[in-house]
Design a protein around this ligand. Structure first.
Ligand code: DAT
Ligand code: MG
Length: 143
């Protein structure tokens, strides 16, 4: 299995709850390498751009309000099979349905405020990483 990259976001609830360190610890313990990271604050508009695929969904307004409600921490991660393995680490979208021991099961309050984002495909991971990071910021971290 080839090394892959995924784009994670430690969402505003993760930051508000003081869980940046805890979640990054779990991510690194699971074997992911941090390739790029920053703290930023999305606007309702930039949150909408990131989640454009969901713009017709009934929860879109709530989602973009939440994602722009405070700072978040986008992180580019690398590992073998990163896309699938990261989604396994974080658990199902709805924390009530997430497996025991997953990040969302342990820390998320609701389906809307679920602590962390993970890309759902290699292609989307590239698009999502480019939403937050210039190519130079990723290349600078090559190791
Ligand atoms: P995931 O984040 O697991 O990839 P998704 O792509 O289906 O899930 O949805 C993106 C985000 O939208 C999700 O993390 C939280 C929000 N969301 C999804 N379904 C929702 C719902 N039924 N009610 C409220 N928010 C929802
Ligand atoms: Mg998704």
């Amino acid at each position: 299995m080839a090394r892959q990259r995924t784009l994670a976001i430690l969402k505003p609830d993760c930051v508000r709850k003081g869980l940046i360190g805890e979640v990054l610890r779990r991510i690194q313990d699971a074997g992911f390498t941090v390739k790029a990271m920053k703290m930023t604050r999305l606007t309702k508009q930039t949150a909408g751009g990131f989640y454009a695929v969901h713009k017709e969904r009934p929860f879109f307004d709530e989602l973009t309000d939440f994602m722009s409600s405070g700072p978040c921490v986008p992180v580019v991660l690398e590992k073998e099979n990163a896309i699938e393995d990261f989604r396994a680490l974080i658990g199902a979208t709805n924390p009530a349905e997430a497996a025991e021991g997953t990040v969302r099961k342990e820390f998320a309050d609701s389906v809307g405020e679920n602590i962390v984002h993970g890309s759902d495909s290699v292609e989307n991971g590239k698009i999502e990483a480019a939403y937050f990071f210039a190519e130079s910021e990723l290349v600078a971290n090559e190791s």
